[in-house]
Design a protein around this ligand. Structure first.
Ligand code: FE2
Length: 323
């Protein structure tokens, strides 16, 4: 995991630059370099092959400013992980990644003042935002992408109960790829900082999404949970030993016994020497999830990123050059 975090950090940085270039090309009316985009998806896919937890969790740690670009990279990684979890063949896994990378391409037609507005949107602004799926599908219409990719652009905001947009599709009217994208898109959006709100923790987000009736396809959501974990990497958990720990890595055989890093004693009310514990050994166990905000911890992510800074992979969090 720690080796792949460094490599994934590099992949994220390169992918972000490539997405910025791709958005720029489209703005200038140029054709997207399809080979270029496909290579990027393959790089992201290879990172997930080497370790499924590194890139998808690292891509979650984005600043509000870089959200538009890093969200594409994050959803690409999540779509690839979810497609593999669903047992799709390699060609469709690659297409799922492409669809994730391009799903919000229509947002480049929306003014940034609206996209990043820190206060409530007016009715007109909301309607403008809701035009991005159709704008995206139009933009990609004359490019060389599959119909599945176009469909994800157009329908990733549809909901199973028919209350989504733009076409109020319901149930099986929504393609599998669009149902997958709906889950990946929302998960990354709510676990990321935005100009108008702080992120929710990964585990808290999963829990909330499971409670939104009529929003997601339940089978797809279940596969997604198997992919990111009931206790995703970075989740703050309470152990039977009355200690707090951060989830470091999933266990391929059981979602309930990940590897964790213990760092705090609840009984003593103070940090303790950090210790990596593989819960598969049975020496301790998770008794529940804790909310970061209830403990007032800041920068818990430095515990599981192990010093890897996404934009500057070689520097440490203590370095002033790190954001
Ligand atoms: Fe969207």
């Amino acid at each position: 995991m720690s080796d792949e975090l460094v490599r994934a950090a590099n992949v994220c940085a390169r992918s972000k630059a490539a997405v910025i270039e791709m958005f720029g090309d489209l703005r200038m009316g140029r054709v997207i370099q399809v080979d270029h985009v496909a290579d990027m998806v393959r790089e992201i896919s290879d990172s997930l092959m080497r370790h499924p937890d590194a890139l998808i969790n690292l891509a979650r740690l984005k600043t509000a400013d870089e959200y538009t670009y890093m969200h594409s990279v994050a959803v690409c990684g999540l779509m690839i992980g979810l497609a593999r979890q669903l047992g799709l063949p390699p060609l469709l896994v690659q297409d799922a990644g492409l669809a994730g990378l391009l799903h919000d391409i229509g947002k480049m037609t929306i003014p940034e003042t609206i996209l990043n507005k820190p206060s409530a949107l007016t009715e007109v602004e909301f309607e403008t935002i809701c035009s991005h799926p159709e704008a995206g599908a139009t933009l990609l219409d004359h490019q060389y992408f599959s119909l599945r990719v176009l469909d994800v652009c157009l329908h990733h905001h549809e909901k199973i109960d028919g209350s989504g947009y733009p076409h109020k599709l319901r149930g099986s009217q929504i393609s599998l790829f669009a149902r997958m994208a709906a889950v990946c898109d929302v998960y990354d959006a709510i676990t990321s900082d935005r100009p108008y709100r702080r992120h929710w923790g990964a585990a808290e987000s999963i829990h909330r999404m499971a409670g939104w009736e009529g929003h997601f396809d339940q089978k797809v959501l279940y596969a997604f949970v198997k992919c990111v974990g009931i206790y995703p990497v970075g989740a703050l958990v309470r152990l039977r030993s009355e200690r707090l720990a951060i989830v470091m890595e999933q266990n391929a055989d059981s979602l309930l016994i990940p590897k964790v890093k213990v760092f705090y004693s609840i009984a003593r009310g103070m940090p303790v020497a950090q210790e990596l514990v593989d819960l598969a050994s049975g020496q301790d166990a998770i008794v529940g999830l804790e909310l970061e905000k209830n403990w007032g911890f800041n920068h818990l992510e430095t515990l599981w990123t192990e010093g890897v800074c996404r934009d500057f992979p070689s520097c440490r969090p203590a370095s002033p050059s790190c954001k």
